[in-house]
Design a protein around this ligand. Structure first.
Ligand SMILES: [Zn+2]
Length: 234
């Protein structure tokens, strides 16, 4: 068995010699331990440090509209910049492993912040069935899986589901967006979430309307506490 693993490793190294894996952001060849993004680019990602400020911009987006314990986003999302390229890569180019790796990095970066909140389970913002079929996966679920691999908190994907498509959402005003998504989510198993502290995971938070409606739906559960963590904030 060990001999087979060694042979496989030698073969992989041999392939990489002629077809080096490149960093998604700077295109320099990756070393064996690096996955998708080189260490230099990882260290250079624009951290928000929002988690150090309870009343940060993501929390402000939602507080007063819905009842949440905390809310934060790990990275700054700017058009044409690195984080947008990473997000596009897992949203439009079938790179769910990027979402997983970024989830892991976020988990390493915010480890004590998340652990201190005593979270019982992670819930990804659900994708509409049609969109999920087109993409083949829910990117927020893969961020969750990456996160869970370092913080060891279970991921719950059965409870919260999306009802109808929100394809026209981006064309609507902010107010219309809040009302438009009101009927978007449905909760299957309320009992399972009773009394738990949920960490709701999203990829990019913009208006906060989708997250807000997820929270409203989750609040049908008695004794539930809800916090929010997004990979990035626009
Ligand atoms: Zn790089």
């Amino acid at each position: 068995m060990k001999k087979m693993q060694l042979t496989k490793r030698i073969l992989i190294n041999f392939i990489h010699l002629f077809f080096p894996r490149l960093c998604l952001l700077c295109r320099t060849p990756l070393i064996q331990e690096e996955k998708h993004i080189c260490l230099d680019c990882l260290c250079d990602l624009p951290l928000t440090n929002f988690h150090t400020n309870e009343n940060n911009p993501v929390f402000q987006l939602l507080t007063g509209k819905v009842d949440i314990v905390s809310a934060t986003a790990w990275l700054h999302y700017e058009k044409g910049a690195k984080v947008q390229r990473l997000v596009h890569s897992f949203k439009y180019y079938n790179n769910k492993n990027i979402a997983y790796q970024l989830g892991r990095q976020m988990g390493l970066s915010l480890h004590s912040y998340i652990i201190n909140q005593k979270i019982d389970c992670l819930i990804p913002v659900p994708l509409h069935k049609k969109r999920r079929r087109q993409r083949g996966y829910n990117q927020s679920e893969w961020i969750c899986k990456g996160l869970a691999s370092v913080i060891h908190i279970p991921v719950c994907t059965n409870g919260l589901q999306r009802k109808t498509a929100s394809d026209t959402q981006t064309k609507k005003s902010l107010y219309a967006r809040w009302t438009n998504v009101q009927q978007l989510f449905v909760l299957n198993d309320k009992q399972d979430l009773e009394g738990k502290h949920i960490l709701l995971i999203d990829d990019v938070v913009t208006s906060g309307s989708t997250l807000g409606m997820c929270v409203k739906t989750l609040q049908e559960v008695s004794g539930i506490k809800i916090s929010i963590l997004a990979l990035a904030a626009a």
